[in-house]
Design a protein around this ligand. Structure first.
Ligand code: SF4
Length: 690
């Protein structure tokens, strides 16, 4: 038996794992003493490797390339040469007929690694000639990236995961750490044990609410009003750091005028919170010598998410909680490499290293390095543009890598309609997902465990992960497949290994220059920026309160609260909010194929409901129910719980039968284009099973 040191492929906590390998198979996992996890793992870390052995519990591994020669025909196994020729010739034809913008590509925030995302965005830009490349950050923390880039200069956590336990106050806003990032939840618990005050803003009584000093169960859809009220109290009670604000921020006068009307009394009706509780919470935050704000998708998956992110960063700026250790703003990224996919330029407006495609100097630099005459200046389509751009005829081909949009995007019936109108759908993945099952071309890739590379944890920390086993099937690494596609399309692309790719991108990205493979070996952890070969990286940003914005000051920002779009009424009287659960992950193609994890919960999933709402509807715990919205209807089980607020129900998005995205709405934040997964109107109906 030997051990391979890797990084967990699930959440952004960046836990180091030893995979135990016997006779070429992974047979177990042990916690390793990584920087963020300190010898601890959660359930997914311990038991989330089983899918590598093709258990077929949910869906089979993709074992060989496949093509569908004509619409309506069957997928048939072919050689790699035939699959690449089939896919590339069709892409070439579509590009010639409709132009480069008719082709969409996705990066992957999952197990594939940073190097692959770099190669995919290079393929889009240098080979296909468009910026139509995006990743699932669009549907989760896109607002954190957009908002923090504007107010502070970097769309990422300002401080490290390790610092959480040493802050003196945690404001946890729309973030269920125990289910989303159990190892981050341990840091919150340690902070509590070390005497930190904990404030939780969440409609549900989540685990962190149980240990909180103050729990604010705000009404679903009232985030902006509450954040404005916090700012109002900071100003009116003179709790803010006026000297810090004067020296290090701009926009105070407009900020003050916008939040002036948002007194705690004014927002009582909107938030459902007593004014006194709002005052107590922000007084507690402002009084702490160091304070940290953590947030998750309870902040970002809204039609007004970017505004709320900017508002939260304003609270940190107003109290001087930036630019030093144990403070800051923490959008805790969901999937294990969603930070990395953004870092690598799987974004329609950014080259790798957050260099804008609209910057002529950046375009010239990348064009020279990639050996092309020019690169497109116009930002590309986002992931959430895709269904609309297909239906309008602007996108004709979609090259999807390591994503399952027909399970994870909102309003799935529209997604299915759109995908059925594509002239070419290429899916590069490890499993026969819902999207793969309707593809014209399937390009099977190696999985986490079968290749090496670098991930970025939620706190900007680069870590190397090792290959544990040889792939068993007729698969290739993602970057090899993309290179074959590029070469077939007339752009010779070849790398010997991931280090060659990493060194190429380091040379083009000032933020990552010093993050060498040598430094990342073993337990190496290098948070960007790492601008010098000699630098160890930057655990906390904005030293000297120099913000990475023109002029170097942080921007204070507030906006008027806007209610969610899809309102409840007599026909659809309950709010549906999508959430996470500890045992499963994303579209479930990985965790659903792990024996231990699959036994935790099974199809058709569940809808969490308050006992009083359940009683009113005659629904018992574990009973099968229908959940319907204005867009669709699914069957699931009721999970009756006191933790759930009245008038709202909660579903996780992993289930293939009880797929809550049949119900969700495609209402987008106007800036980040992130869907409002957290709010749509539904009704629950019991199914008479007597
Ligand atoms: Fe760590 Fe997250 Fe993996 Fe759990 S799922 S072991 S918290 S990285």
């Amino acid at each position: 038996m030997h051990k391979a040191l890797t990084v967990c492929p699930y959440c952004g906590s960046g836990c180091k794992i030893n995979l135990l390998v016997e006779n070429g198979n992974v047979v177990g996992a042990e916690a390793a003493n990584g920087v963020t996890n300190q010898g601890q793992l959660c359930l997914k870390g311990y038991y989330g490797w089983d899918f590598l052995n093709d258990t077929r519990l949910l869906t089979p591994r993709l074992r060989s390339p496949m093509i569908r020669r004509e619409k309506g025909g069957n997928l048939e196994e072919v050689s790699w040469d035939e699959a690449i020729e089939f896919a590339s010739s069709r892409l070439r034809h579509i590009k010639e007929k409709y132009g480069p913008k008719a082709i969409m590509q996705t990066g992957s925030s999952r197990g594939t690694g940073n190097e692959t995302n770099y190669v995919m965005q290079k393929f889009a830009r240098a080979v296909m000639g468009n910026n139509n490349v995006d990743c699932c950050a669009r549907v989760c923390h896109g607002p954190s990236v957009s908002g923090l880039q504007v107010t502070l200069g970097n769309g990422a956590m300002s401080n490290s995961i390790c610092e959480i336990e040493d802050t003196k106050c945690l404001l946890v806003f729309g973030y269920n750490a125990a289910d989303s990032h159990p190892i981050v939840a341990r840091r919150i618990l340690k902070a509590k044990q070390k005497g930190a005050k904990i404030i939780v803003c969440d409609p549900r009584r989540i685990e962190t609410a149980r240990l909180a000093d103050l729990w604010l169960p705000l009404k679903n859809g009232s985030n902006m009003a509450l954040v404005n009220a916090f700012a109002n109290v900071l100003i009116n009670e003179n709790l803010y750091d006026a000297d810090y604000v004067a020296r290090n921020t701009e926009g105070f006068d407009e900020y003050k005028s916008i939040v002036a009307k948002y007194t705690p009394e004014y927002v009582e009706e909107i938030t459902g919170l007593p004014a006194q509780q709002i005052r107590e919470a922000i007084r507690m935050y402002a009084a702490a010598p160091t304070a940290t704000i953590l947030w998750g998708m309870g902040v970002t998956q809204w039609g007004q998410a970017v505004d709320v992110v900017k508002g939260l960063s304003g609270l940190a700026l107003m109290t001087g909680n930036l630019g030093k250790p144990n403070v800051g703003v923490g959008p805790v990224r969901g999937q294990n490499n969603v930070q990395g996919a953004c870092d690598m330029g799987a974004l329609p407006n950014m080259f790798p290293g957050y260099q804008p495609v609209t910057d002529p100097a950046a375009r010239e630099k990348f064009a020279r390095a990639w050996g092309v005459e020019s690169l497109p200046a116009e930002p590309g389509f986002t992931l959430t543009d895709v269904p609309h751009k297909i239906l309008s005829g602007e996108i004709k081909a979609n090259y999807v890598m390591g994503e399952d949009p027909l399970q994870t995007e909102p309003d799935l019936s529209v997604m299915r309609q759109a995908f059925s109108e594509l002239e070419l759908l290429i899916v590069q993945d490890i499993f026969m997902t819902k999207t793969a099952s309707v593809a014209d071309v399937i390009l099977p890739s190696t999985s986490w465990g079968e290749h090496e590379g670098v991930y970025t944890a939620a706190d900007r920390g680069f870590q190397h992960f090792e290959k544990a086993v040889e792939p068993k099937f007729n698969v290739k690494t993602d970057w090899q497949i993309i290179s074959l596609m590029a070469t077939a399309l007339g752009y010779p692309m070849f790398y010997n290994n991931t280090k060659e790719i990493w060194d190429e991108l380091r040379g083009l990205c000032p933020l990552y220059v010093g993050a060498t493979y040598e430094k990342l070996a073993g337990f190496g952890y290098v948070p960007w920026p790492c601008t010098e070969e000699s630098s160890p990286g930057t655990p906390w940003l904005y030293e000297g309160n120099k913000f990475d914005r023109p002029g170097g000051k942080g921007l204070l920002f507030a906006a008027e609260w806007r209610p969610p779009l899809d309102q409840v009424d007599d026909a659809f009287p309950l709010v549906l909010c999508t959430v996470r659960e500890v045992g499963h992950y994303s579209c479930r193609s990985m965790t659903g194929n792990c024996t231990a994890l699959a036994t935790l919960a099974d199809e058709p999933g569940y809808v969490q409901v308050n006992p009083k709402d359940a009683e009113k509807l005659g629904i018992r715990d574990q009973q099968l129910v229908w959940v319907s919205s204005r867009r669709g209807k699914v069957i699931t089980r009721a999970a009756v719980s006191e933790r759930i607020n009245l008038g709202a129900v909660y579903m996780t998005y992993q289930w293939w039968i009880g797929a809550c995205n049949e119900l969700t709405i495609d209402h987008l934040d106007p800036i980040s284009k992130t869907p409002e997964y957290k709010y749509c109107a539904v009704k629950l109906e019991m199914i008479d099973d007597q």
